[in-house]
Design a protein around this ligand. Sequence first.
Ligand code: ATP
Length: 398
Amino acid sequence: MGNNTAEFLISLGRGCADMSGCEHLIDLVNVDKVFGQTTVLNNINLYIRRNEFLTLLGPSGCGKTTTLRIIGGFEYPTQGDVIFEGKSILKLPPYRRHVNTVFQKYALFPNMNVAENIAFGLKIKKMSGSVISEKVEAMLKLVNLSGYGKRSVASLSGGQQQRVAIARALVNEPRVLLLDEPLGALDLQLRKEMQIELKNMQRKLGITFIYVTHDQEEALTMSDTVAVMNAGEVQQIGSPEDIYNEPRNAFVANFIGESNILDGRMREDYRVEFADRLFNCVDKGFRDNEPVDVVIRPEDIKIVPASEELLFGTVRNVIFKGVHYEMLIEGAGYLWKAQSTVMSETGCRVGMDIAPDLIHVMRKSEYSVNNETDRADEIGGDMFIRPRRGIYAARVAN
Ligand code: ATP
């Protein structure tokens, strides 16, 4: 890989782009995909390590499934390469790629029972009956369906059917399992249980999982590594903690959890101005006076007694969320979202304390510029301008 790619990956937060130094299993190199006139993948550079649980996370239509299909061999990139253990696999058909796929619509064979569904791939490989039975039993045990072999698939619940689909893919002992929103059709409780089961299976089997979802909580719960995508581009790659705590741009900050996103100006290293005040921060390396996005998580705003030394505002709305109260606070020309375990009454004046390391400064991106104020909300009789996708803090309308 060239230096440009290395620098690009470093800029996304995935430093080691040199295949010799990493346990790379798969490398996507400068992958583009164009359908008709539409570019749906734009220069995707991504590597997946052996035994890694990597999730492609992003909004609908951002190109996750297309990326997965290119890895699986169901789609051919317009440009770029797919490397498996150092060799291009572009010319290999899906069945010769050491990968198996589990789709959201699991498409089990309705005329076969559970065991026959799982055994299907092994029969095609002409394995002996005893070996097949042994492997099927082991798979049933793995997916918690021991004793279900003779049941018809139609008699199973959605979660059980999905487990059969996973067993059917895993029994072929793929090096990589591709999972395209496999839990999308399940209800929330079952989904959460299956998330844990899948993660445990992956650890136990030591297989590389590449998982597609638009559910950020699912991605953070299950993955070793998350690649956040938007509009055909990878925005950031990193551990769930990195992605959540150190988002690279306003899109990632807003997609992964809620954020107050404000216009700011970097005065100098470690000093940023926003909401008409100067704050200490931990960021550096910007031009003096560079316009920036300042991202502050609602849970990082500490509600304290109002004082002139701090940001302060008036509570406009309070919602009890179970573990905390969520408040909308109008102050310094913005509508802030904050969380606190202590309730403040609507109409109350409160101070907002933000520690320097909880102020995230990032370069202005196309996303933040495109999502500038365009919608008005009425809260407590006043009009507030709110950007698309519910980003706070919104500017207060004049
Ligand atoms: P979702 O979460 O909704 O499944 P996604 O992130 O997986 O979305 P893709 O399915 O990869 O997105 O689709 C990316 C874009 O490519 C979409 O705009 C989609 O309509 C388009 N696309 C995908 N496959 C084709 C195709 N065969 N022909 C034309 N356009 C396609």
